[in-house]
Design a protein around this ligand. Structure first.
Ligand SMILES: [Fe+2]
Length: 209
C-alpha cells in the first residue's frame, strides 16, 4: 500500500510530496521546492527512505525550485512532460521573473507521455493550466498538481494556459476519481470526491459551461 507525506512551501503554499510504499524503502518525490528541502531530507533520513526519482506535475516556479537541489543530493533523475521543457529554462514561462528571480532548472533526464507507467505510477496528461501538466495515479492516490484544488481549479490566465484544454482535462480526470480516491493537489489539503461535490462549485460550473 502506498503512503504519502507532504511538505508545504511557506510562501507559495505549494505541496512537495513524498510517495512511498509500505515495506519498501524506495520513494518518489513530486514537485520539490527549495524551502521544503530541509524538512524533506530529514523525513527521508528518519524513515530510511531512498528517493529513486523526481516527477514534476508541471514547470511553474512554485513547484520546481528544489529540483536541482534534490537531484544533486540524491543523484536521481527528473521526469516531466515534454511540453514543460521550456518552462524549466524560461523564467517568464515558469513565472519566477515576476518575483524578480531568474529561476532556471537543468533539463529533465526523461520525458513522460499520457498513459506511460513510471515505476508503478500512471501518467495522465491533463493540459490546460500549462500544456504539459500531468496527474499521477497509483493505487487510490491521485496527484493532480494545479489541475484541481478542494474549492477551485487551476488558473488558465497564465502564459500558454488553455481554457478549452482545462475543461477537457477536468472531464478526463473525473474518470479516474471514485469514492475511495485520495486526491493530492499542488496547493492546499488532500480531499475526496465527496469533498469536491460539496465544496467545489467552480469545478462543476466550469465543466458544464
Ligand atoms: Fe502552477
Amino acid at each position: 500500500m502506498y503512503k504519502f507525506k507532504n511538505f508545504v512551501h511557506p510562501l507559495f503554499a505549494s505541496n512537495t510530496y513524498v510517495i512511498y510504499k509500505e515495506n519498501s524503502n524506495e520513494c518518489i518525490i513530486i514537485d520539490p521546492t527549495d524551502i521544503a528541502f530541509r524538512d524533506l531530507a530529514k523525513f527521508l533520513e528518519n524513515n530510511n527512505l531512498k528517493p529513486i526519482s523526481i516527477i514534476n506535475t508541471h514547470g511553474h516556479y512554485d513547484h520546481i525550485s528544489g529540483i536541482d537541489l534534490v537531484r544533486e543530493t540524491y543523484k536521481i533523475p527528473l521526469y516531466i512532460h515534454k511540453n514543460e521543457e521550456e518552462f524549466l529554462r524560461n523564467p517568464e514561462l515558469n513565472l519566477s521573473i515576476y518575483l524578480g528571480k531568474n529561476l532556471i532548472i537543468k533539463p529533465a533526464e526523461y520525458y513522460v507521455n499520457d498513459n506511460d507507467e513510471i515505476m508503478g505510477f500512471k501518467i495522465i496528461h491533463t493540459p490546460g493550466h500549462t500544456p504539459g501538466s500531468i496527474c499521477l495515479k497509483v493505487e487510490n492516490i491521485l496527484i493532480v498538481g494545479d489541475l484541481i484544488f478542494l474549492n477551485s481549479i487551476g488558473r488558465v490566465d497564465l502564459p500558454l494556459s488553455s481554457e478549452e484544454d482545462m475543461r477537457n482535462s477536468l472531464i478526463k480526470i473525473l474518470n479516474y476519481i471514485d469514492e475511495d480516491t485520495t486526491i493530492l493537489p499542488g496547493h492546499g489539503r488532500s480531499f475526496k470526491l465527496e469533498d469536491l461535490k460539496r465544496e467545489n462549485e467552480i469545478l462543476w460550473s466550469f465543466i458544464n459551461f
